[in-house]
Design a binder for this molecule. Structure first.
Ligand code: NBX
Length: 728
């Protein structure tokens, strides 16, 4: 079609479609244009927030161009795409990250200053996109940055929650929760795709029929239909034009209004149904590592999975390749068991809608999916009651029973006469009511299963998935140790250290290849290098001390040792043990003379993290920390040798302030319980020391940095069970 257009038309498109320049003047022009047209403001009524919005819109213009070109290229090349299905993307702020990844920071920083603002003030205005709980959600966000940077044709699929993770405030030392209505102001980092709409069905019934060729087929009919609307979030890579996409779905009722009901005077009922539909993507469930079997959560999972698979299949069908090519074109990674219904949904699409035979379809499905496990804690394992799935997704329940039947038949054939094994491997838990074990379904429907650190990947083979090894052997299970993006967690969060590293190594290449940091080794005895290293740390500590003052009212000394534990509050993470240690330290200091105390390194113990709103013990630990802080901080007799602070509302942008300022951070989970941990990597990357147990990725970090750079203690995972037993 394009070829048919007259030359002059093409020339016009080319001329006016050329990239806007990235120099200072072009930014200033676009900034002022956005102030006056996008925001309808002027020099007389622009504040820091509008300056942020105008800057963001200027960046967004450039992002969208890259995003468009990337997607066009991927469509033309029709390369294999990787899809990351995650119920959580904990992105945090976007402006600074986009400026750095696009290489705009210097010109924009200079430009904004001349217009009467400072970049720091402007960046401060952005609210976090907090569509995640903790490690799992932040991992998804880091992976998207890395996939973009490494030029992968990747897509993320998730939900556009109206409310992200709650905001935490403290009242009398107790956590209280406030809704995170993050879309209150316009969100420049998303592109509403009001044209990308997918129908999603719930409930109804299944009818069996015979098709023209005499095959027995099943039709899922009736029930309610909702709509999923796509919102696209562009993710720019660092030092590349590649800009990938996270597609977040928002739920809407299919009919805007039921006019009959309206005319019959049932106005409230009509509005109520509309609200029910919008409810599906209203709120992120605030529990980490804990299964809460709410029906709405299951509805979220299917809504998201159905819309995403429809989209993926539609894209595949455009290429008109045979179905057998599907796994060559599409890889789908399941972030935990939350998207496991995708396995069932793809089988349903292939068998019921595309008319492909069961076995052929199942081969396509299993070659397409791979599954990441993030925990071995029993209370986190997803199980859904069979009656609940039967009611919401009647056809899916049938397919799950069939998947299970054929799977168990294979097991029986390979390992005959072992009923015990069949019961242990079954996707269905034979209780009253029956339950669907989502991890079992995910394993059976995937060609690979991975844990997230070496120890964890070994433990899943020895514990929760032990019985599967008997049938599959070991090769299906592998390790993929987690990682973090050094762009956000060093370059962006710690500009001074980043600059020192770049100058010392002579290039920024390390930002794409972290192994190059080894080059710093030959400088460790260089006086000037060491001086600048320490100066960077001190200035980060001053920045954190200021933040602590603002957030808690407590004054801390930047020259004291900063001892940090920031993560979700959980019994297995043992913040309780840490605070007991603080109490002991306080008692010891109190018994000392002034002279003795003068020999002790002053210490600020910093806590941060949210407790799930229904997690009583975790909330009590927060209260305990604050009560200890109250006593310690107001006791003049210990002469500032110890301070304790709980920083409220720990989130990605607070982490960016805390992590670069840490001297020692604590990662002290009971051995075998923390699958990986990822903040441990962030602290180490910023030159912090770790106090840790022999757990998760601590072990591999220790191997990398050497045991003289880390303080490891405690029992090993295999000893813990025996100890627990001995204590009973
Ligand atoms: O995933 C975390 C693990 O606890 C960490 O050890 C690991 O480093 C990280 C990334 O692999 N898990 C986690 O954050 N889980 C959740 O947030 C979660 C949320 C909802 C849910 C279950 C778990 N239903």
């Amino acid at each position: 079609e394009i070829a048919k257009l007259p030359k002059e038309t093409l020339a016009l498109w080319e001329k006016y479609g050329a990239d806007e320049s990235d120099d200072k003047e072009s930014f200033q022009k676009s900034f002022i244009r956005h102030v006056t047209t996008t925001l309808a403001r002027s020099i007389y009524n622009i504040d820091n927030f509008s300056a942020y919005q105008a800057t963001a819109h200027s960046v967004r213009d450039r992002l969208i161009k890259r995003w468009n070109e990337t997607q066009q290229t991927h469509t033309e090349v029709d390369s294999k795409r990787v899809y990351y299905l995650s119920l959580e993307f904990l992105l945090g702020r976007s402006l600074d990250n986009a400026l750095l990844n696009l290489g705009l920071k210097d010109n924009y920083g200079g430009g904004i200053k001349e217009l009467g603002f400072t970049m720091e003030d402007v960046l401060e205005q952005e609210v976090d996109a907090a569509l995640g709980n903790g490690g799992l959600g932040r991992l998804a966000a880091c992976y998207m940055d890395s996939l973009a940077t490494m030029d992968y044709p990747a897509w993320g699929y998730g939900l556009r929650y109206t409310y992200g993770i709650f905001q935490q405030r403290l009242k009398d030392g107790y956590q209280i929760e406030f809704p995170d209505y993050w879309l209150n102001f316009d969100n420049p980092w998303e592109l509403p795709r009001l044209d990308v709409v997918v129908d999603v069905q719930f409930c109804g019934s299944v009818n069996r029929y015979t098709d023209e060729e005499g095959h027995e087929r099943y039709a899922w009919e009736g029930g309610d239909t909702l709509q999923a609307i796509a919102y696209d979030v562009p993710i720019p890579g660092y030092g590349t034009k590649n800009c990938i996409n996270i597609r977040l779905w928002s739920s809407k009722p299919k009919r805007q209004f039921d006019l009959t009901r309206f005319n019959e005077g049932q106005y409230e009922q009509a509005v109520y149904e509309q609200m029910q539909a919008e409810n599906i993507t209203a709120v992120l469930y605030p529990n980490d590592n804990h299964m809460v079997g709410k029906e709405l959560r299951l509805k979220q999972q299917y809504f998201w999975v159905a819309a995403s698979l429809f989209d993926i299949v539609r894209r595949f069908k455009k290429s008109e390749k045979p179905w057998s090519n599907f796994p060559l074109q599409v890889a789908i990674q399941l972030n935990d068991t939350h998207p496991t219904l995708a396995i069932v949904e793809l089988q349903r699409i292939l068998v019921d809608l595309e008319g492909i035979g069961w076995d052929e379809a199942w081969a396509i499905v299993t070659q397409t999916f791979a599954f990441t496990n993030h925990t071995i804690l029993p209370e986190a394992m997803e199980r859904w009651p069979v009656p609940m799935i039967q009611y919401l997704l009647p056809r899916h329940m049938q397919i799950i029973f069939d998947i299970n039947l054929f799977f168990l038949q294979k097991v029986e054939k390979a390992i005959p006469n072992n009923r015990d094994l069949l019961a242990k491997l079954s996707i269905i838990e034979e209780s009253t009511p029956q339950f669907v074990r989502m991890a079992h379904l995910a394993i059976v429907g995937s060609h690979r299963v991975n844990g997230v650190a070496a120890l964890h990947s070994e433990l899943i083979k020895q514990t929760i998935f032990k019985d599967f090894i008997q049938f599959y052997g070991e090769s299906k299970f592998e390790n993929k140790t987690n990682g973090i993006t050094p762009r956000r967690w060093l370059h962006q969060a710690n500009p001074k250290l980043s600059e020192l590293i770049t100058e010392t190594l002579g290039s920024k290449n390390w930002l794409k290849n972290l192994d190059l940091l080894k080059g710093l080794k030959s400088h460790v005895n260089n006086k000037d290098f060491r001086k600048r290293w320490v100066a960077a740390k001190l200035s980060n500590k001053v920045r954190l001390a200021d933040y602590i003052q603002k957030a808690t009212g407590v004054t801390v000394n930047s020259n004291a040792l900063f001892d940090v534990q920031v993560k979700r509050i959980h019994e297995y993470k043992r913040q309780f043990m840490n605070i007991l240690g603080v109490i002991h330290r306080y008692n010891t200091l109190k018994k000392m003379t002034s002279e003795e105390r003068a020999c002790v390194v002053h210490r600020v113990v910093i806590f941060g993290g949210k407790a799930a709103p229904g997690y009583y013990i975790a909330k009590l630990v927060i209260k305990l920390i604050n009560s200890v802080a109250e006593v310690v901080n107001n006791d003049n007799s210990i002469e500032d040798s110890l301070k304790v602070v709980f920083i409220p509302d720990y989130n990605v942008s607070v982490a960016e302030i805390i992590i670069p300022a840490s001297d020692i951070s604590q990662h002290i989970s009971t051995a075998g319980t923390e699958a990986s941990g990822t903040s441990n990597m962030k602290f180490v990357l910023n030159g912090g020391l770790i106090l840790g147990t022999v757990d998760g990725a601590n072990i591999e970090i220790c191997e990398e940095i050497g045991d003289d750079n880390i303080f490891m203690f405690g029992n090993l995972a295999h000893q813990v069970d025996d100890l627990r037993h001995a204590h009973r």
